[in-house]
Design a protein around this ligand. Sequence first.
Ligand SMILES: O=C(O)CCC(=O)C(=O)O
Length: 313
Amino acid sequence: MTLLETAPTAPTAPTAPTAPTTQAITPMTEEQRARFERDGYLVLPGVLEAREVAYYSEALDEVHARERAAGRLSPEGAMHRLSAVAALPAAVGLIDHPATFPLVWSVLGWNVHVYHSHLDVHPPIRVPKPYRFEWHQDGGRQNREIETAPRPRLSVKMAYWLSDLSRPGRGNFKVVPGSHLLDRIDGPPRRDLRWPEPPGAVEVTANAGDAVFFDRRLWHTRTDNHSEHTRKGMFFAYSHRWSHNRDQNEALLASPAAAGFSPVQRQLLGAPLAAEGEVPGDHQWGHHPATTPLYGHLARHGLLDPRYPPLRP
Ligand SMILES: O=C(O)CCC(=O)C(=O)O
């Protein structure tokens, strides 16, 4: 299976996934790269077709129902489930989706994996919620332990929207455009103390089927959903394979659901790739492009680029 084909039917799949496509692979354009470097994010309209939105949305509802039955939702019925594909094998088609994945390798190169992912469902908030200042950059301790300024990008994230966020107030993703080069913003001494929103903050509006691609350093926050619509999204963060995976995919990769995953999907999910005689740690380090599926895929399609170090053949 190549990158251009989507995932096989997974055990929890409610309907058939996207049919294989033969569309050309388009790397990030110069214009997209310039905007991404300037703003720290890109809104990608209509990357999922209506049938894909229906498929992933229905599959997400099943996980939400399962989590509800297990008593794992928040008091308002919200779900934030880590390790997206382990929780929902049907979501595998999103990790190397032909409409979005080229942006990931265009920025990070071929030695990448999905290091962190989550499935999110946020119903309307019916009762007042205690205030919490949720503005952050991704990466946790990376923001304390790396000493350069600005800190390096290290990872990027793709957020797929499966509900209508075309108006503010629906639990939209909120960002400060261009803030990815700021190592700090003003915030309260404690997160439960009310604090003004950062200057320039905007709620990103999007339709179901749109995605937002962002630099982990972009200052961003989820907002409360005060609409009548349940907010639904799936998030996949990519980093280099030499940085540690936060997702837990071991059981998934050993399960029958993984049998149909493509080599690139297996790479992205952190499967051991070292061939006989190759040291696993060296492989993650990027010493073995010949047995790294994404390298092979890009090489076969003439998409390695001697001018860009992460994609240098
Ligand atoms: O759910 C959102 O809108 C924001 C998610 C977020 O903060 C993140 O992915 O780091």
